[in-house]
Ligand binder design. Structure first.
Ligand code: ADP
Ligand code: MG
Length: 455
């Protein structure tokens, strides 16, 4: 593996664990300068970035490096390379000088302040802008909030990152408390449920755990896809589910995919998750993006020209989190420089930050899940051992797309596809690439999948 491939793999992992704005801000202009005798030297654009990485992300980077290299890294060092942001080279006439991260104190995404119920106070129905992609999910969430346990149970909301799943989930919580102060509810991430359960088993406090989860009037579980493969937790969730359902206690769950696409999910739990209502939430259309930007500006008490709003809404299409990130960047810059934002400056800023290309928002797991969906396969089949042709070809297509669209390194492609060797990935990519020229059906399939990825 070259240093470049290694760093790409590290970035791939980091991208999955830290927030997108933070990732873009801090890792944009980094690379591995050298890797010798257990010392990895990371090139960074300035001291500010170095300080931040040291303080916030060093442990994680080291851990990932060691996983990828088989414990070959003992130390991380940094070198400030003063690289000029690539996106700005042709833009110098627009900004007086290249954007310097030292200068603008871009804050890391602040940790949301939770209220005493463990909810983010901003995630209410009132703050949610309904658009085409989210109409149904919004309506279902409202119906559940008005009559918990009666309308649909469970309500299962799924969709890509940053589209408002957590927001809607918590809005149900807010609404229920508003209507009944004594309402007992629990809002947890799937990880919290799992770790609570493991802790309860370890400390022999299962009864407490059960009382707490099964005694709730409303149970909100965020990102339930992470329960895949965790057998004990699945069993516990299954029993929790039955108990709550029997007493008409409402459950709302979110996930980045449909229940049937969650890998290694026990059949009986899968069937329960499909009992109620399953709704997806899609990307907002242009009008909705404009409305969301308008509402965020209002929330923050700033005014932006209509042309700037339109520019942002045109440029950042895929998800609301990115949309907010882009807006925050523009606001930070104009406040720092004390200038009114215009389209030219916005363009230069967003290009620098590379918020624009939609490609950036697709993660390897999306590719895998869309390919599985397209061929009507389960993800665990696609990632599994069997070499049946109906599985092998979609698997190779996934590998090809990971390489072609996301530039994922071959070792990471192997990992994504169920822990296969990097030579298998290389072979698959070559094969599909060659075949695309001669096999019309294959070409059409690949084009259709690409299109779905960018919808
Ligand atoms: P997800 O859980 O789907 O990844 P979140 O619910 O965390 O996404 O949403 C990401 C950000 O975008 C949050 O700050 C949220 O408030 C905001 N957001 C998402 N959808 C909307 C919407 N329709 N209207 C207003 N804000 C939204
Ligand atoms: Mg979420």
């Amino acid at each position: 593996m070259t240093n470049n491939e290694l760093w790409q793999a590290v970035l791939g992992e980091l991208e999955l664990t830290i927030s997108k704005p933070s990732f873009t801000t801090w890792f944009k202009y980094t690379r591995i300068v050298s890797f010798e005798n257990g010392v990895v030297v990371i090139g960074v654009p300035n001291n500010f970035t170095q300080g931040w990485l040291e303080k916030k992300h060093q442990g994680l980077i080291l851990k990932i490096l060691n996983t990828l290299t088989g414990r070959g890294v003992a130390t991380i060092a940094y070198r400030v390379e003063n690289a000029q942001p690539v996106g700005l080279r042709s833009q110098e006439n627009v900004l007086e000088k290249p954007l310097n991260l030292d200068e603008i104190k871009l804050k890391d995404e602040p940790k949301p302040q939770m209220d005493k119920y463990g909810l983010n106070p901003k995630y209410t129905f009132a703050n949610f802008i309904v658009g085409k992609g989210s109409e149904l999910a919004h309506a279902a969430a409202q119906a559940v909030a008005v009559k918990p346990g009666v309308a649909y149970n469970p309500l299962f909301i799924y969709g890509g990152v940053g589209l408002g799943k957590t927001h809607l989930l918590q809005a149900v919580g807010h609404e229920c408390i508003k209507n009944n102060k004594n309402f007992k509810f629990l809002s947890v991430t799937c990880e919290k449920f799992t770790s609570d359960f493991v802790h309860a088993v370890r400390t022999q406090q299962l009864k407490d755990f059960k009382d707490r989860y099964r005694g709730a009037d409303l149970l909100l579980i965020d990102d339930v896809q992470f329960i895949g493969g965790k057998e004990g937790s699945q069993e516990e969730l299954f029993h929790t589910f039955n108990e709550l359902h029997q007493f008409n206690k409402q459950m709302v769950l979110t996930s980045d995919r449909q229940p049937k696409e969650i890998p290694s999910l026990e059949a009986r739990l899968l069937s329960r998750l499909q009992w109620g209502m399953i709704v997806d939430i899609g990307s907002p259309d242009f009008e909705t993006r404009v409305a969301i930007l308008g509402s965020k500006c209002k929330e923050k008490g700033v005014q932006l020209e209509e042309a700037v709003i339109n520019y942002v809404a045109t440029t950042v299409q895929s998800n609301v989190r990115e949309l907010e990130g882009a807006l925050n960047k523009l606001i930070a810059y104009s406040q720092f420089k004390n200038i009114q934002m215009n389209v030219a400056t916005a363009k230069a800023l967003l290009q620098t930050m590379e918020v624009a290309p939609q490609k950036k928002n697709i993660l390897p797991k999306h590719v895998v899940s869309i390919v599985a969906n397209y061929f009507d396969l389960r993800i665990d089949e696609l990632l599994g051992e069997s070499r049946e042709k109906r599985l092998a070809v979609p698997r190779q297509i996934s590998m090809f797309l990971l390489r072609d669209l996301l530039k994922v390194s071959f070792p990471s492609i192997g990992n994504e596809l169920g822990g296969r060797d990097h030579t298998t990935a290389i072979h698959a990519c070559d094969k599909i690439k060659k075949e695309l020229d001669i096999n019309f059906q294959l070409k059409q399939d690949v084009d259709n999948i690409r299109q779905r990825l960018y919808l």
